[in-house]
Design a protein around this ligand. Structure first.
Ligand SMILES: [Zn+2]
Length: 309
C-alpha cells in the first residue's frame, strides 16, 4: 500500500505555514536486504514490547515517491551497522544512493573497529553531510577509544551525527545520557542530533542540549500515540521545547512507522508551541544546518536541491 498524503493534511500544513517543504532528518533508506531484515525484526517485536506493523513497506522507488509526495524536500538515508566490517559497504551504498537521489542528504555511518577513522575520512571526502550512530543496535560505548579519531574528524568538520543513544524502546549496555555527557566533555563542539529526543530520558538529553550549543534533538516518533503509550513526554518539560526552538529538528523514522506519516506532524501542531516553532522545527533549523536553499531565494542559481553544496 502506498499512501501519498491521501488526506491533503500535509499540503495544507505547508501552505498554512508558508513552508517550501518539510525537511526530515530521520528517514531510513538502505540496501534492500538490510531493510527487509529490519522489517522482519520489527515484525517479531524486535526491541519493542509488541510487534510494530510498518505502514510504508514498499519498494524503494515507491518509498521515494511517497516521501516526496508528503512535501519532504530533503531527507537522510540512515543506515547503521551492528557488527564490524559492515560500515564501509553501507557507506558505499549510501554514497551511491545520494548520487542518484539529489534530495537525499549524503549519509554515512561507522562502527568501533580499527578502520573506523579511515571509513569516516573516506565518507567525508566523498561528500557525506550527516552520519548515523546507533548505540543500542551497535552495542558499543560511544567513548570507545577506537572512536576517538572518528569524533575528532566529525567535530573538526562540523558534520552532524544522528545518534540513537536513549534507552528506548529498549535499553542497551551503553544507552542513556551519561556516555554522551562524557563524550561531550571530551569533544565539546561535536554536532549531535539526539534521535527520538532521547526517549525515554527526555529531561537529561534536554539538559545536554541546553549545555552544548551543537547538540540538537530530533522529534522522531515522539508524542505519537505509539510512543506516548510506553514513554510519554513529560508535560512539564514543554516550556523547554520553546526555549530550544532553534535546536529541535523534525524526524519521522519513515518508512518504519506503524501509523500514517502525517501523524508525526499533527502531534507537533498539538503541542501548541506556535507557528514559528513549527516553521523552525519542520524546516528552517535543518535548512540552516544542512545549507538547503529555499526555492524562492535561489533564483535558479544556488541549487534548489541539497545536491552539490
Ligand atoms: Zn530510526
Amino acid at each position: 500500500m502506498s499512501r501519498i498524503d491521501d488526506t491533503g493534511y500535509l499540503s495544507a500544513f505547508r501552505a498554512r505555514l508558508g513552508l517550501p517543504g518539510i525537511i526530515d532528518v530521520h528517514t531510513h533508506f538502505m540496501p534492500e536486504r538490510v531493510l527487509r531484515k529490519v522489517w522482519a525484526y520489527f515484525d517479531a517485536a524486535g526491541p519493542l514490547v509488541r510487534p510494530m506493523s510498518i505502514t510504508y513497506r514498499n519498494d524503494e522507488q515507491v518509498r521515494l515517491d511517497t516521501v516526496r509526495g508528503f512535501g519532504v524536500r530533503a531527507f537522510t538515508a540512515l543506515a547503521y551497522p551492528h557488527k564490524p566490517d559492515m560500515a564501509a559497504w553501507l557507506n558505499e551504498w549510501t554514497a551511491d544512493f545520494a548520487a542518484r537521489t539529489p534530495d537525499c542528504l549524503h549519509t554515512a555511518t561507522f562502527f568501533p573497529e580499527g578502520r573506523a577513522a579511515d571509513d569516516v575520512a573516506t565518507a567525508i571526502e566523498r561528500g557525506a553531510r550527516v552520519f548515523k550512530a546507533h548505540v543500542q543496535v551497535g552495542d558499543y560505548d560511544p567513548g570507545d577509544p577506537l572512536l576517538d579519531p572518528v569524533w575528532g574528524l566529525l567535530e573538526d568538520a562540523q558534520i552532524p551525527v544522528v545518534i540513537h543513544c536513549g534507552s528506548g524502546p529498549a535499553p542497551g549496555t551503553y544507552t542513556g545520557p551519561e556516555p554522551i555527557a562524557r563524550l561531550l566533555r571530551r569533544f565539546p563542539r561535536l554536532s549531535l542530533i539526539i534521535a527520538h529526543m532521547g526517549v525515554p530520558e527526555y529531561s537529561a538529553f534536554l539538559d545536554l542540549a541546553e549545555k552544548s550549543a551543537e547538540v540538537r534533538l530530533d522529534t522522531t516518533m515522539v508524542w505519537t500515540d505509539f510512543t506516548e503509550a510506553y514513554a510519554p513526554f513529560p508535560v512539564h518539560e514543554r516550556s523547554r521545547l520553546r526555549a530550544l526552538a532553534d535546536r529541535i529538528v523534525f524526524g519521522s523514522d519513515f518508512p518504519n512507522i506503524p501509523y500514517p506519516y502525517e501523524h508525526s506532524i499533527q502531534v507537533l501542531e498539538h503541542l501548541d508551541l506556535g507557528e514559528d516553532w513549527l516553521r523552525q522545527v519542520c524546516y528552517r533549523n535543518a535548512a540552516t544546518l544542512f545549507g538547503v536553499a529555499d526555492p524562492a531565494s535561489s533564483l535558479g542559481r544556488s541549487s534548489t536541491t541539497v545536491e552539490g553544496s
